[in-house]
Design a protein around this ligand. Structure first.
Ligand code: SAM
Ligand code: SF4
Ligand code: SF4
Length: 370
């Protein structure tokens, strides 16, 4: 709807009064039974009115179903985990209640394809045509039959972790994984995408490490050769073995490579996202938080249900000293308006009494959530 789009643009530009005007004009015109649009409209209004307690429901969810994974990648904290977390049944029901309101849902593990009947979940959610489903996976625990089924589900984005463009680098980083298996499955995906005329998007997640930073440009070629739509370069966070600690010289080399990668990817029509601190806008720094323009909209748009009952707008919002654990087993709607989520919103609005809750190393271009 045109009015909705206008509101989003005004909110994006920080012209909140214009956005509020549109809301006043149209709020009663939207049919009562169009709960999706009504919620989205209200959500944009609440953002423009800088409300920190929301009547609107989350429009984007990220859900960690469990933390099970049999691999042991060098940058991941898998081996420190007890592998006994799985999302309580009660939340599954609440998540299902939110489907009519959602723009997107991101599914993650551990390794999500180890979840029994995961494809069934995707098929059930696909009934809600407005929802884009994002799946973060290593693509190792998936067989031909599952790939066939996936290719027939609409509106899916597979985010595949590829941290190396060859066997040596890939298997050195992704300990226990097989580069051969990865390639077989990428080829099967391309085959069945074609066969079923699938609209599935394929993206690469690449964590920048000492072992692979020289392959930053190669991964763009890899993406092109294997029909990927996009790449996200991620900075390594809280690694157990210091793979992310680069000297100043290496850091500037990485930055130059990322600059080249941007140009190369644009030529190849590959969408590039860079979550690397010196390349990001450092939006969470308090000197960037002004009252007149909301520098991040995520706390209004999104809720992450992380492992071990943690929650936040996004996983990179967590600060080590301030992990937000849902000790009281709050409902999802309680979490949405919890003190924690209010504090993120208050911080971004610039309410002075609020402590600095945002991660000062926040590397997200959150305006991409439109
Ligand atoms: C925790 S994994 C779970 C999904 C799946 N097992 C996989 O590897 O794709 C989610 C994403 O986080 C990335 N990741 C793992 N450790 C990381 C770290 N220390 N810093 C940044 N990203 C990391 C992975 O490469 C993957 O793309
Ligand atoms: S496959 Fe994913 S969850 Fe498993 S160890 Fe690697 S990054 Fe971590
Ligand atoms: S830490 Fe989270 S809420 Fe804060 S600016 Fe970054 S993405 Fe937004």
């Amino acid at each position: 709807m045109e009015a909705m789009l206008k509101m989003q643009i005004y909110n994006h530009l920080g012209q909140y009064d214009m956005s509020k005007e549109i809301y006043e004009q149209y709020q009663n015109i939207i049919p009562e039974d169009n709960v999706y649009l009504k919620n989205k409209f209200l959500n944009e209004y609440e953002l423009s009115a800088k409300k920190f307690i929301l009547d609107s429901k989350p429009r984007n969810l990220q859900v960690v179903l469990f933390d099970k994974c049999q691999f042991n990648c060098i940058m991941c904290n898998q081996k420190e985990k007890k592998h006994n977390y799985s999302l309580p049944e009660q939340y599954m029901e609440e998540i299902a209640d939110l489907f009519p309101y959602l723009d997107s849902i991101t599914w993650q593990g551990g390794e999500i394809f180890l979840w029994e009947d995961f494809v069934k979940i995707l098929q059930n959610v696909a009934v809600y045509k407005q929802i884009s489903q994002n799946i973060v996976t290593n693509l190792q625990n998936i067989n031909k039959e599952t790939i066939k089924q996936l290719s027939q589900i609409p509106n899916i984005k597979l985010i595949i972790s590829v941290d190396g463009t060859n066997k040596e680098t890939y298997e050195q980083i992704r300990r226990g994984s097989s580069f051969k298996k990865l390639m077989e499955n990428i080829n099967l995906l391309n085959k069945y995408k074609l066969k079923y005329k699938s609209d599935m998007q394929m993206h690469i997640n690449f964590v920048i490490l000492k072992e692979n930073f020289n392959e930053i440009l190669n991964i763009v070629d890899f993406a092109k050769t294997h029909n990927f739509n996009g790449i996200t370069f991620n900075e390594c966070i809280s690694t157990p073995d210091y793979s992310n600690v680069f000297g100043r010289e290496t850091r500037s080399k990485i930055e130059r490579m990322l600059d080249f990668a941007v140009v190369k990817a644009a030529k190849e029509n590959i969408c590039l996202t860079i979550h690397y601190s010196s390349k990001a806008s450092n939006i969470a720094k308090s000197e960037n938080i002004k009252k007149d323009i909301l520098i991040c909209k995520l706390p209004w748009y999104k809720l992450l249900l992380g492992e071990d009952y943690t929650f936040a707008p996004e996983c990179t919002c967590f600060k080590r000293e301030n992990y937000y654990i849902n000790k009281n087993k709050l409902t999802i709607s309680d979490m949405w308006n919890s003190g924690t989520m209010q504090n993120y919103r208050k911080h971004i609005i610039g309410l002075k009494e609020n402590k600095k809750i945002c991660n000062s190393n926040c590397r997200l271009y959150t305006n991409s959530y439109f």
